[in-house]
Design a protein around this ligand. Structure first.
Ligand code: B4P
Length: 183
């Protein structure tokens, strides 16, 4: 069974939703950079104050900040893990490669969750988080296309990427993901 995983996909594709279920079922460390950043904002830390305005605009928080968060969680962890929402641009992907080499670990599979924009927007508007208004959502989709989507070709060219249809119920999508992990 594959145990070192990345979840890639546009905002609202359900990365967090699926990652939570899968990590619990398979005892993987679930690292959501979005959740970790929101926890810092909530705690009112210096890092959180720096991240808050950037996230409210739908832009990406600085690579150095996000990398420091991921590094602190992966160091000293010997079991499987699931990175959800990281990396989000080529510089973060490169930094992750360096970190994993240092730790003597490697990515076993990248799961790309694919979904139409219209459905993404509906899901996010339904969620109603502080950064889930239509204008910010559209900006996040543009940021995804410009900065994150190039990672699809990067991981595909390494033979590490599998695309999964992210339309349907949470359980249906979960079964599709389980099928690709167990083959
Ligand atoms: P994230 O927290 O990563 O969130 P997301 O991409 O918006 O959502 P996700 O795809 O996880 O969708 P979810 O399961 O929640 O990012 C937020 C912000 O954090 C970014 O804009 C950025 O500013 C910052 N950030 C995060 N990582 C960063 C990084 N590496 N570098 C820099 N900045 C970073 O699902 C969405 C909604 O759909 C939910 O309401 C859910 O209940 C619903 N849903 C899920 N599956 C469904 C289904 N099958 N059917 C119907 N509804 C469903």
């Amino acid at each position: 069974m594959k145990q070192r995983l990345l979840f890639l996909g546009p905002p609202g594709a359900g990365k967090g939703t699926q990652a939570q279920v899968l990590a619990a079922e398979r005892s993987l460390l679930h690292l959501s950079t979005g959740d970790l950043l929101r926890a810092e904002v909530q705690a009112g830390s210096e890092l959180g104050r720096e991240a808050e305005a950037v996230m409210a605009r739908g832009e990406l928080v600085s690579d150095a900040l996000v990398l420091a968060i991921v590094r602190s969680r992966l160091q000293g962890h010997s079991g499987g893990w699931l990175l959800d929402g990281f990396p989000r641009n080529p510089a973060q992907a490169e930094a992750l490669d360096g970190l994993l080499e240092e730790l003597g670990q490697g990515i076993e599979l990248v799961v790309l969750l694919e979904l139409d924009d219209a459905v993404l927007i509906q899901r996010l508007l339904g969620r109603g988080r502080a950064d889930d208004n239509e204008e910010v959502i559209r900006h996040r989709l543009n940021v995804y296309r410009e900065q994150t989507a190039p990672l699809i070709a990067h991981y595909r060219s390494r033979g590490q990427l599998v695309a999964v249809d992210a339309a349907g119920s949470v359980a249906e999508i979960g079964s599709r993901i389980a099928a690709v992990l167990d083959t």
